[in-house]
Design a protein around this ligand. Structure first.
Ligand code: GUN
Length: 282
């Protein structure tokens, strides 16, 4: 079997075009504030990409780029200013933050109606409760969109997730559970990871280990979603050994061009939804 490639880049382009058409009809433009602390090169690239994508679809997007030595209080003050600024609809604080700043305190400080990352306890709690008003973290939301597009109804499928981060693994587990999957979350202390992965109808890897998932970890006909963004000798690659695994899976996402572009599209969708709610449209 050779897997069908799930083209996240193309799907994201279609979603962005649809969103741009809706935004073109608005007199006020949705406004996303991105806060970046320090000079992590990967974060800088992600945030510039978010800004380019937002501006290309007619949104306002301002990056607040603060120096590495910014204190937690200074960052919290900026978040408070953005919370009360009526023109700002969505706020994201790029993770990871420098070690001297408590990320959890900063995430909790973002007003829940502007929390377009969905990382705060209010939105994470709504997702946990399967409440339709939850602002859902962009990467899990993008993964769900791709899975439904490829497979249709997900009911009864066994999803195995590698990684338990607050950004991907945990919210994705809730989201797939809310879509009637049987969900197993694995992590660094999991015993015999390959044998658990072999049980998966849907295998999602978000562990950040280049090409860790091999073909003998994958059941014939499984759907494999690769969230990894790793460097292998300078070349960008995922957590999945794509060349091997594509011979075993029915569907697979490539890196780049799979989950990554969907994350940006879903973040901008969340910003538009926040904008509509703040203008009492939804
Ligand atoms: N770092 C890695 N992914 C993300 C994301 O989706 N949002 C934020 N704020 N930081 C991240």
């Amino acid at each position: 079997m050779t897997a069908k490639i799930i083209d996240g880049k193309k799907t994201a382009e279609i979603l962005r075009t649809e969103l741009a058409q809706k935004i073109a009809l608005e007199t006020i433009k949705p406004y996303l504030a991105v806060v970046l602390v320090g000079d992590d090169p990967a974060s800088l690239i992600y945030d510039r990409n978010k800004q380019k994508a937002a501006q290309a679809m007619g949104m306002e997007c301002v990056i607040h780029h603060l120096p590495q030595e910014t204190t937690e209080d200074e960052l919290l003050n900026l978040v408070t200013e953005l919370n009360i600024d009526k023109k700002v609809n969505g706020i994201i604080v790029q993770m990871p933050l420098p070690k001297h700043i408590d990320s959890s305190a900063v995430i909790k400080a973002i007003a829940h109606e502007k929390d377009v990352d969905g990382f705060g306890p209010y939105n994470a709690g709504l997702l946990h409760e399967n409440d339709s008003q939850a602002m859902i973290a962009a990467t899990p939301k993008g993964i769900l969109y791709l899975l439904k597009q490829a497979l249709g109804d997900l009911s009864g499928k066994h999803a195995v997730i590698i990684g338990r981060s607050n950004i991907v693994g945990r919210p994705l587990a809730s989201l797939l559970l809310n879509n009637n999957c049987t969900v197993t979350v694995t992590h660094t202390k999991t015993v015999d990871l390959p044998s658990i992965c072999r049980q998966a109808d849907i295998l999602v890897s978000a562990c950040g280990q280049a090409k860790m998932v091999k073909k003998d970890w994958v059941k014939d006909g499984a759907t494999v979603i690769d969230v990894g963004m790793n460097r292998d000798g300078g070349k960008l690659c995922g957590d999945v050994d794509f060349d091997e695994v594509k011979e075993k899976a029915a569907y697979i996402t490539p890196v780049p061009g799979g989950v990554g572009p969907m994350t940006i599209a879903m973040l901008l969708d969340n910003t538009y939804q926040a904008f509509l709610r703040q203008h009492n449209v939804k």
